[in-house]
Unconditional design. Sequence first.
Length: 308
Amino acid sequence: MKRGIYITANDKVIDTAIACLNSIRLHDPDTPICLIPYDDNYQIVAARLQQDYGVELYPDLDFIERLSQNLHDIFGTGFFARPNQFRKQACWFGPFERFLYIDTDVVVFSPIVNTLDALDQFDFLCYDYQHNGGIENVFTPKVLTEGIFTENELLDIFNGGFWASKRGLIQESDLYETFRECAAHPDYFDFSQKTSDQPIINYLILKRISRRFNLVRQAGGGPGNWAGTRHFQYDGMKLIDPSVGKPLDYLHWAGFRIAPGCPYWDIWAHYRYLRTPEERPLEPATAGTQAPFLLRQFKRSFSKLRRG
């Protein structure tokens, strides 16, 4: 298959997966979507997503298990807070020639697979303002002082929840070699906020794929997409970034527990119950406010994603 979308999920995140798939299928009923199980507890979410949205299970589950175990073993037990995030590396070897990977704590506002059009000119795409916050949550200053990357190269760091590329650009041996390099120099990476795959995949891409492009650098500037950004304006159940005068293509709740009180909760709930509005539960009166503990969390840990 030429183009498709990968997601990872397990039964625990079935609600976020449903919201994500409702938003994708609203704009795009046909693009193939493939589920990479996050762990062994995926049967319920896989059945629901296949029945309602035509999502297919990754065709080689034994490969996912072997790949993730090998990558995990390179660093050793207990090193990563969430080692199963590395299962998404199976994207490089799946059925799609050109693919988009998105986390399920995302809703989209457009036919999001169209972002793959830019792969006519590039080999890797991302779409966020992670770089505006510097290298925190990805690298430590040692990557500069020891000449691993230049300051210009570090402008290409990205969030691991939304990226696109081409099958076969990264080989299985490339992954193992890169992981061994990273395991030999853990002091190059910032795991202080319990990130797992994001520092390593940034190292992988910056070292091995030169034709990369961040879609926020499109002509006229691209819109933001992080739910911690406060200046987005509503257009129904979509959002506009007034700083560039463009609608958002997607919204990502990176770093948030999606629940009443979180930013843009009304938008997430709209897409979660888009097909089943009768199932939407009554919400507390405080649902439209920002919970103070969440504000402290995202200001401390995810300020880098805020645009500008």
